[in-house]
Design a protein around this ligand. Structure first.
Ligand SMILES: [Zn+2]
Length: 355
């Protein structure tokens, strides 16, 4: 009987190197060093990434975009927008990052497992739209993982929880009019990319299946905890997902240079533990967390170690960077109001919210 959560990573994930840029190979290197220092290798099961096939990529992305991204890389790279750099290696690295996430879904849905995995991949994905990359993202890893689970493993309900600092506009766009993927995002507002309004609840078949919780700057562990216990988890229980996917960006950490939020590594462990419990209740334990943003390298390392710890019940010694907010901080009154507003807005879609 294999023990421990699955871990996806690959040396090639360091080969997308846009130069002196916040989304750098050093981010992943720092996480790998943190994991080595914590001795997780003997307590996790390596899952071997494979390149996603063209057919798999087309479950989310347009053929035109895939072709132009491939050509741009092979002409030695360039810019998709001011933030988003493509290098000569970027296309194949992005395809291997997406494929790593698909391999984790395959493992979760197979009899052998592991049912719970963490994917340490880059470039990140949640801003990538069907027809264009943006915001450091080339291919939408989490959306591809969800689409793959539905298409290849005949699942009918997949939950995507996105706790990255930024709204996952790409993921939202892919599934906005569908009910087979429930998208839940908590993000700083106002902030890049300017989407993620709480009134964006999905449309047509997808109405009610898109839950946006824009948080004010200063929200921390307590606010995120309440977001989960009062909003995300009750809705998810009603939905009863067969697979839980996490857009595990950690730029809402208190030390992150791009954000103004207050979440700690321990806070992320509690959030992940809620989703592990949910996955056990409704999804046979199937949960795959996928690395997204997070731009303080030490904070990213501790935060992802905290997520791994929750996924595997490993009870690792968790540290964090200096300067954590004290108890009682991280709950701006406006955050509480936003949670109640979104509860009201979605009460007609989800029975748990009206009780
Ligand atoms: Zn982000």
């Amino acid at each position: 009987m294999p023990i421990g959560p699955g871990l996806v990573t690959h040396p090639d994930y360091l080969q997308h190197a846009p130069g002196n840029w916040p989304e750098s190979p050093e981010r992943l290197q720092a996480v790998l060093e943190r994991f080595r220092a914590a001795g997780v290798a003997e307590r996790t099961q390596p899952i071997r990434p494979r390149p996603a096939t063209r057919r798999e990529l087309e479950l989310v992305h347009t053929p035109q975009y895939l072709t132009s991204l491939h050509q741009l890389a092979h002409r030695n790279g360039g810019y998709l927008d001011l933030d988003t750099i493509v290098t000569a290696r970027s296309y194949e690295v992005a395809v291997l990052a997406a494929g790593g996430c698909l391999a984790a879904v395959d493992a979760a849905c197979s009899a052998e497992g592991p049912v719970a995995s963490l994917c340490l991949v880059r470039p990140p994905g949640h801003h990538a739209m069907p027809g264009r990359g943006m915001g450091f993202c080339l291919l939408n890893n989490v959306a591809l993982a969800a689409a793959h689970a539905l298409a290849e493993h005949s699942l009918r309900r997949v939950l995507v929880v996105d706790w990255d600092l930024h709204h996952g506009n790409g993921t939202e766009a892919v599934f906005y009019s569908r009910s087979d993927v429930l998208y839940q995002s908590v993000h700083q507002s106002p902030c890049y990319p300017g989407t993620g309004w709480l009134t964006d609840v999905g449309e047509g078949e997808g109405e009610g299946y898109n839950v946006n919780l824009p948080f004010p700057p200063g929200a921390g562990d307590e606010a995120f905890e309440q977001a989960f216990t009062r909003l995300f988890v009750p809705i998810a229980r009603d939905y009863a997902p067969e697979l839980v996917l996490v857009s595990s960006g950690h730029d809402a950490h208190f030390a992150d240079p791009l954000g103004s939020m207050q979440v700690t590594a321990r806070g992320y462990r509690r959030l992940a533990a809620h989703l592990v419990d949910l996955a056990r209740e409704t999804a046979g334990g199937r949960i795959v967390a996928i690395m997204e943003g997070g731009y303080n390298e030490a904070a990213l390392g501790w935060s992802l170690l905290a997520v791994l710890d929750a996924l595997g019940g490993l009870e690792l010694d968790l540290g964090d960077v200096e300067g954590a907010p004290g108890p009682g901080e991280g709950m701006p009154p406006e955050a509480r109001q936003r949670i109640e507003q979104v509860r009201k807005l979605h009460a007609k879609h989800w029975p748990s919210l009206s009780s």
